[in-house]
Design a protein around this ligand. Sequence first.
Ligand code: ASP
Ligand code: MG
Length: 805
Amino acid sequence: MEMTATPRPVVVSKFGGSSVATAERIRRVVEVIEGEPATMRRVVVVSALGGVTDALLAAIDDALSRSGQHTERMLAVRARHEEMLQMLLPAEARAEVEDELSAIFSELEDLLDGVYLLRECTGRTRDAIAGTGERLSAPLVAAAFRTAGHDAVALDATGLIRTDATFGEANVLFDETYQLTRERFEALPEGQVAVVTGFIAATDRGVLTTLGRSGSDYTATLLAAALRAERVIIWTDVDGVLSADPRLVPEAFPLPQLSYREAGELAYFGAKVLHPRTMRPLLERGIPLRIKNTLNPAASGTLISADTLHTDGHVKAVTSIRDVGVIMLEGSGMVGVPGIAARAFGALAMRQINVLMIAQASSEQSICMVLREQDAEAAVAALQQAFAHELDRGDVSGVSTLRNCAVVAVVGDFMRHQPGLAGRMFSTLGRSAVNVLAIAQAASEMNISAVVKDGDMMRAVRALHEAFALVRERINIFLIGTGVVGAALLRMLRELSPMLLEKLNLNVQLVGLANTRGMVTDLQGIDLDAALHRLEQEGYAGGPTRLETIIDYLMESGLQRLILIDATASNDVAHRYPDLLDQNIGVVTPNKRANTLDQAFYDRLQRAAHKRHVPYFYETTVGAGLPIISTLNDLLRSGDRIERIEGVFSGTLGFLFSSLDNGVSFSEAVRTAKQRGFTEPDPRDDLNGEDVARKLLILAREMGFRVEREEVGVESLVPVDLLDVPLSEFMAKLDEYDEPWRARIDAVRAEGNRLLYIGLIEEGRLSVRVRTVEPASPFFNLRGTDNIASHGVAERCGFSREGVL
Ligand code: ASP
Ligand code: MG
């Protein structure tokens, strides 16, 4: 057979530290690679076993400080590798690898002892020590492949990747690297699995260098470019590059596809998945890179390639960098003087201070530089020194610093040529009450960054993620009150939410649940089946709920489309509606309190809701399940003039009068109503007419009347003598009133009429009282707890009959 047929296509797979942290995981690596077609040349890049690089760096610090720990630390690393060896390999296969590891450990020991003796560690020595982890892991993984019956070899990347001598994060010499790698691989059988050390490289004199923390990704793409691989897969422990940091944004989701540039931007902005330089070797040949989860290989992960997926939102992801400071160089003497910026950056560069972002006002009166907080002090000193002369003369008025800042950025290829995008970004921040300190957008237009206070960062990222990156319209609900209404609502949500998601693409999430005894919150959404249970288990443990805690949570959540459902009858909650509406938080409630406080408060509520188009819905405050308020508003909007509203607005009192008609005594009727849950805990709260008065007040205000509660005439059914007695006494004494009520009912019935408790709005007056109803009235046949309202509609729209809403 002809050996020099077309070379096999190459696939490079990289496994990070967590993917090789245990023997179990290393076996998983073998399985994953077995999943790649054997007709391909399989190259595997591995990091050090998880945590080992950190342990080695800590050992250096121990040696430097002579803490006496460095040997112990090294021995722990050694023990870990030896244990792995036992677990992975059969006895007869161990000796060879053991010798290899042993030699590396004695080198490591010498190096650490050297640091200890000299109390000094050069960049070169540091790289030699830090790079040991990969030199140890590759032989182990290769041996695991052999144990599973594969031909496999461990390769040290110091023989493949050439760099300059910038220790800590060396610069790759591409041509040499590609050539060396190709030559080395040409000498190996194509069917052999090559397990290559990540992270490390060497200078042309053979001195070990490293590619920077997390540099193994870069190793993988360098090898891929050298070998013209068909694809690169980076195996990690997350489902790909996420739309935001999941610790900040619980709803963050894996991005299916990114361009190289987008991935580069995200890596730069600390999306921990990729080393920033990773994409560079792939660009020229357009080699695609996929990020996949070792623990969830079925998930498709993120594909990074020359193409990008066009999304409607244009923005792919929201990222942030914390712990930054802003340095401002200010002064009128800087106007029109060329070279100021160059000198400023020069001064910072001399001290190795990296500038993350710059902004200069076109008036040239100030230059603002964003850098790592830890560099801020040195930066100020550098600038003060560089501009000492200008400071003296007053041309530069000062160098000032803003600390505790963060950069938030939206990133996406299709942000280019999208007018209004920046507007949307900043209006989103504005609506979330995030103050923007500085802004930058590069001409590439694929990233807009804003500096904000660290305390605003989480809110900013969440709001932006919601505004731009959302896959599904999510509606976030916070429910206060778990009584009859609240519990019923939870049941309804549970039944309806699958339909809402499927038919309307609405993802309704309960992000908080509270009653007086406690509260639970969960930005990811509380499972509706378990909601009440969680409230009792977790929520009650936290003690009674303070309204302020709920309000703070709502305001700080940064969630968009957030709605408070107030299923309480609380005045205190009602008082906070305007604040919530002002913050773009919707309110939906059957609580009548807010709309029946004074007229000025009602006006304020309506204004707040209208101004920002925030939902404020209270349909069920009147007429229970009947759509009375919306019908009334529809009539008003279509030009009708409502002359009169009349109705039985209380199911409780409807039941009372039906019972009286059926010959039941007054006391018995009240008792039964109470027993069957038709009344408030104290039936006087229904009998006093207050509830009906409130409903009437709401309807009148909807009609445009300006009216206060005191102006509603109310006939209370609570006997004056029983107004202030305890509940038990009230219930006990009720039968004293059975006779008078019986007489009153019988008299009306003798005429063929009925008595009902009616609310009436007529000629601008509101009244609530017991009225005689004739058989012609639409209410005459009303029975039980039915609610009914009727209205008279003005002549000018053509019908003057009475109808039933
Ligand atoms: N082991 C190195 C580190 O932890 C390189 C890598 O994991 O990619 O930074
Ligand atoms: Mg690592």
